[in-house]
Ligand binder design. Structure first.
Ligand code: MSP
Length: 477
């Protein structure tokens, strides 16, 4: 069983292209493993408690749960439209999740890993996190461009400091593997500066799960949220623990790489195998923000260019672990050169010639041999590398057509003897079509996770041998 997770997204606003990015990445991986015959449990969902949501609901004159129902439904609808095949969708307002969180925290409380004290410091509602003076630029949180609140509250703390050495060990030895490796090193140097205990409850925020031993407190939203990865298995009764890959962007790596494994260790649960923090991307060179008005709705892009081309572009354009930029201009460029001119063209030419020259397609053309290089790249989450390799196969097949010029072989045969091809010409001809058709099968197989609905159509054409334009060129959009 491969257990793959995305973060659960806040429901204060609708999904944008950044949320789609991580979810599509998880879907690509999930589809890839399913195609390779593995059982998969792919989890995503929505994070519905906390101060940020309480505030957003108040601004819209809604109850928090009403807002949650609305936006969570939009998330689910968006994922469906983007061909995301998650196995379960968790909502943190699900009563079974709430119960799980209460039980889990009670265990830690009984063990003595949770104690009460006063928290005095800064809190950024945007991050939903306690932050320090060092995180500020001109008195504002760098990420959200807002001034943090000064808070003084009686809260419950989790003894994070107790797990410092243990964390260091499991991270250094890759028992708990953090990738890319630069991120692992960042986490280690953060731990080496010394870990303080962290607050796990709020006494002034009402919108949250009540602590079972002290009903005046609600669970701090991050503690509640992280436990979704466990509660979802409890709810679905799926045995998939521990996660094989937990995906997120670097913004929330510390929660997943420090607090999360410490909570799990305190509860004596096995740790996730891999945590991968991908980069953050900008849109047309700028940070995605409502105030700048450049929030890109993935559905709008998908309707304009197709779901598959959007999914393809996001993982072709920049390496998964690095920051990048999303621009429609570059999407159109990639689409036209790689999907229309290279892949679409190969499919059209090959199938047209199969028909025109009455090529006999036999089992051998369709035999599948795994490509180790592509598989290695996908499994190590180097999606761009996998696509580059796939494109190399496509380009190779196109240039083989140019080199062999099958139309000339047929022409010569007709001119000379009316009876067909000479033996060596026949061999060349057969080898070419074996190469073309098997390449098309191979690349379709590995492109399916990236562009599921388009590849379904490609595979239909490969079966029926009837070419139809699949990636028409985009002009002047
Ligand atoms: N609710 C928390 C996560 C709890 S998980 C136990 C949260 N939610 S969020 O809605 O803010 O989502 C953050 C995540 O969305 C990022 O970690 C990343 O996966 C994705 N992204 C949001 N904007 C993004 C970009 N601009 N670029 C890349 N990923 C982006 O944090």
């Amino acid at each position: 069983m491969k257990y793959i997770t995305t973060p659960i997204y806040y429901i204060n606003a609708e999904p944008h292209i950044g949320h789609a990015y991580t979810t599509i990445a998880a879907d690509i991986l999930a589809r890839y493993y399913r195609n390779r015959g593995k059982k998969v449990f792919f989890l995503t969902g929505t994070d519905e408690h906390g101060q940020k949501i309480q505030k957003a609901a108040k601004n819209q004159k809604l109850k928090p749960k009403e807002l949650a129902d609305q936006i969570s439904a939009i998330y689910q609808e968006t994922w469906r439209k983007l061909d995301i095949q998650n196995d379960f969708f968790i909502r943190t307002t699900d009563l079974a999740h709430e119960k799980y969180v209460q039980d889990f925290l009670s265990r830690l409380y009984r063990k003595g890993d949770i104690y009460k004290d006063t928290y005095k410091g800064l809190y950024c509602v945007g991050c939903e996190a306690y932050i320090s003076e060092d995180d500020l630029v001109d008195g504002k949180c760098l990420l959200h461009n807002i001034e943090p609140q000064k808070i003084e509250e009686d809260v419950y703390f989790f003894r994070l400091s107790k797990y410092q050495n243990h964390l260091k060990k499991v991270i250094e030895t890759d028992i708990f593997k953090i990738r890319p490796v630069e991120r692992k090193n960042e986490v280690l140097s953060f731990i080496n500066q010394g870990l303080n205990d962290v607050a796990i409850s709020r006494s002034k925020i009402k919108w949250g799960i009540k602590l079972p031993w002290d009903k005046n407190h609600t669970c701090y939203v991050w503690t509640d949220a992280l436990l979704n990865y466990l509660s979802a298995l409890k709810i679905t009764k799926i045995k998939a623990w521990p996660p094989d890959v937990q995906l997120m962007a670097k913004d929330i790596l510390r929660f997943h790489a420090v607090i999360w494994p410490a909570m799990l260790s305190a509860a004596e649960e096995t740790l996730p195998k891999n945590i991968f923090a991908h980069g953050f991307f900008t849109v047309e060179g700028k940070k995605i923000s409502k105030t700048l008005g450049n929030v890109v709705d993935p559905i709008v892009i998908a309707e304009k260019y197709g779901v598959g081309p959007l999914r393809y572009f996001l993982f072709r354009e920049f390496p998964f672990g690095e920051d990048g930029d999303f621009s429609e201009k570059n999407l159109v460029k990639r689409y036209n050169s790689e999907l229309a001119d290279d892949f679409g063209n190969l499919l059209q030419r090959a199938l047209s010639m199969v028909n025109k020259f009455k090529v006999k397609i036999i089992k051998k053309h369709r035999e599948f041999r795994p490509n180790n290089l592509i598989e290695e790249k996908i499994e190590s989450l180097d999606f761009q590398g996998a696509l580059v390799e796939i494109n190399r196969c496509i380009k190779g097949a196109n240039s083989q057509i140019e080199k062999v010029k099958p139309w000339e072989l047929v022409d010569n045969a007709r001119k000379s003897a009316e009876i067909g091809l000479e033996t060596d010409e026949k061999t060349k001809f057969d080898e070419l079509f074996l190469h073309l058709i098997s390449t098309l099968h191979l690349v379709s197989y590995y492109l399916e996770p990236f562009m599921p609905r388009e590849i379904l159509e490609v595979q239909k054409q490969l079966k029926d041998l009837k070419p139809e334009p699949i990636f028409p060129k985009i002009r002047n959009k």
